[in-house]
Design a protein around this ligand. Structure first.
Ligand code: GLN
Length: 236
């Protein structure tokens, strides 16, 4: 039997608002439904960050928790090493900010980020809260991406990062260019909570296909996921 696919859930003790830890469970379940053995490896503030896992997910956080996570990822650069060798990384909300060059908290403090994404984040006048719908820019994704956003930070991309999607409804990166999220190498960042992968199974399968080194995965016929997607697309 081959080794299980190992999915890193990075710092769920400080990053994981709105059930973002569910993204790791969705990845594991979509593998198991295809009879591929998989396990979730939780990496907490008590652990160094391993660089050997197959893919990684990070969730959102409040400003103070986000700062703790940033320091930990700088001290133990396993995530950076893994991304350099092409392991997929999914970063939600505060995690986009943490993986950038720097972010400014709503209290006005500028914090150096991990530097994996060419972007910076500064607080905006109005907090972005609510349902968001976007049109993906990434090849392999054609269904709208939906989620719930709640962030004060607005994110400006540099030339090495591109937006994951264009906002149809909601705020997204919030700096006036209509962009949502960031893609750079094997790292995908998005402001979508949900958890995002429960609501956007195409994105889940794209991450899994990349982790397995496949062009794409055979589709799963999951009526309940489709029902949830339709319900969320109707939400106002
Ligand atoms: N603290 C960050 C902000 O408000 C991120 C919030 C979140 O992850 N939901 O911009």
């Amino acid at each position: 039997m081959s080794d299980p696919v190992r999915i890193g859930l990075v710092l769920p003790d400080v990053m994981g608002t709105y059930g973002d830890g569910g993204n790791a469970l969705v990845l594991r379940q979509r593998l198991r439904l295809r009879e591929i053995d998989a396990e979730v490896v939780e990496i907490t503030l008590a652990d160094p960050v391993p660089e050997s896992l197959d893919l990684y997910t990070l969730g959102g956080a409040e400003d103070s928790a986000q700062r703790l996570a940033t320091k930990h990822l700088q001290r133990y650069p396993g995530l950076q090493r893994a991304a350099e060798r092409g392991a997929p990384v999914l970063a939600i909300c505060a995690a986009i900010q943490v993986l950038g060059h720097w972010y400014e908290t709503s209290g006005g403090e500028r914090v150096d980020g991990v530097g994996m994404l060419d972007l910076t984040t500064a607080p905006q006048a109005v907090r972005a809260i609510g349902e968001i719908v976007t049109a993906p820019n990434l090849p392999g994704l054609d269904a709208p991406l939906t989620g719930f956003e709640n962030h004060r930070g607005g994110t400006t991309l540099g030339p090495d990062a591109t937006a994951l999607a264009t906002v149809t409804r909601g705020v997204g990166n919030g700096v006036g260019d209509g962009g949502e999220g960031a893609v750079q190498g094997s790292v995908i960042g998005t402001y979508l909570h949900g958890p995002a992968l429960a609501r956007n199974p195409q994105l889940a399968d794209l991450l899994l296909a990349r982790a397995l080194g496949m062009d794409d995965l055979p589709p799963l016929d999951l009526a309940e996921v489709d029902r949830l997607r339709r319900e969320r697309l109707r939400a106002r």
